[in-house]
Design a protein around this ligand. Structure first.
Ligand SMILES: Cc1ncc(COP(=O)(O)O)c(C=O)c1O
Length: 379
């Protein structure tokens, strides 16, 4: 197949997928590959999940699209379900299409609501490639993630540095945006104490706290959100990736105070909150709750930590099924070796972190395949 008409912006794995089932991909040679990468943390329910597939087919037959100007029960149900699932005191949900778009809107709300010119973020963070999301992404200029100029003042706080919090979050600060577990950085868990210190400082100066749970949310940490895991309540929370299990969608959840700052036309979107996306979201939440997937994420995450520090792996970081395995040799080389063994894993911006973002339906027998393969690989 000629791929030359696709923009040359993605370095690609030596793998072409033609179909998938459960946690297994089938490549164009008809071989099975165990997917510990989950389409970059997207396929939480794995592939061809019957409830998700049926919900999309049902909604496609019933009505594939109406904009937000027209009321639809599936949209209202998805918003209510997401808030209930979060176990956090959010008052409203604004549905959009991607993680970057959710962050873009969260930052816009914070800047408008406070009338302040500055946003603080954390070193190592990745929040997306659009103007505002790129501005709060660490190293965006060097990596080309963002635009040449930022649309507001930005400063970065070193991870875990509680002393920098006071100087970087001030009365000029509209918001602090943080991934509670940094994804692209290599599954870096920022921890309850640091997140609580961020919450405290935001309260002191009247800044809003935004959790970017695009990658670490919707059950990936073994709790509905990392906010639950660390017991810290953000004013806004953005999420995407596993939310639709592959149907493009994202959400911005807002507290009652933030929500009260909005009026008609404050925000807008054509496709966000479309009925197919909302049907996918409902199916994802139903499956996570109905199939006890949060418990499974905790159990399998623990099992990986217990059994996979072998061969070239010397340690682990992260939470739930967002795991960084620390490697003695470059993770990229290890990733290639694992793919030779029929296992797909991810890498991270840390060159010695192999990142695992598997479907929540993973079983112990799949982890045994990984630990077996690692054991056979030279350290
Ligand atoms: C934490 C985080 N925020 C935002 C984004 C951007 O999401 P999207 O690619 O859907 O725009 C990503 C994508 O990897 C992410 O990991």
């Amino acid at each position: 197949m000629d791929h030359s008409f696709l923009a040359p912006v993605f370095s690609q794995y030596p793998l072409e997928v033609v179909s998938a089932q459960g946690v297994w991909l089938t490549n164009s040679r008809g071989e099975r590959v165990l997917d510990l990468y989950g389409g970059h943390a997207v396929a939480g329910l794995g592939y061809a999940h019957p409830g998700w597939t049926a919900a999309l087919a049902r909604q496609a037959e019933a009505c594939q699209f109406q904009s937000n100007a027209v009321a639809m029960q599936v949209r209202a149900r998805a918003a209510a379900h997401l808030v209930r699932f979060s176990r956090l005191p959010f008052a409203s949900v604004f549905f959009v299409n991607s993680g970057a778009e959710a962050n873009e809107n969260a930052l816009k709300v914070a800047l408008r609501m406070t009338g302040r010119p500055h946003v603080a973020a954390i070193e190592g963070a990745f929040h997306g490639r659009t103007a505002a999301a790129g501005a709060v992404t660490w190293g965006a200029q060097a990596k080309g993630y963002g635009f040449p100029r930022t649309p507001f003042d930005v400063s970065f706080i070193p991870r875990g540095d509680t002393s920098a919090i006071t100087s970087q979050i001030t009365a000029r600060t509209a918001a602090l945006i943080v991934e509670p577990v940094q994804g692209l950085a290599g599954a870096v868990d920022l921890g309850a104490a640091f997140l609580a210190a961020l919450r405290k400082r935001c309260d002191e100066v009247g800044a809003l706290l935004i959790f970017d749970e695009v990658q670490c949310g919707v059950g990936r940490t073994g709790e509905p959100f990392a906010a639950n895991l660390y017991g810290v309540r953000p004013d806004m929370l953005t999420t995407a990736k596993a939310l639709g299990n592959g149907f493009p969608c994202a959400a911005l959840m807002m507290s009652a105070v933030v929500s009260a700052s909005l009026k008609a036309d404050s925000l807008g979107t054509t496709f966000g909150g479309g009925p197919l996306a909302c049907a996918a979201i409902e199916a994802v939440l139903n499956a996570i709750e109905g199939e006890q997937l949060l418990e499974r994420v905790q159990r399998i995450g623990d099992y990986i930590r217990k059994t996979c520090v072998v061969g070239p792996v010397t340690g682990h970081q992260g939470a739930g099924l967002l795991i960084g395995l620390r490697t003695t040799r470059p993770a990229k080389a290890l990733q290639a070796d694992l793919l030779e063994c029929g296992i797909l894993a991810g890498t991270a911006s840390d060159p010695n972190i192999l990142r695992l973002l598997p479907p929540f339906i993973l079983e112990e027998e799949h982890v045994d395949m990984l630990s077996g393969a690692l054991r056979d690989l030279a350290a």
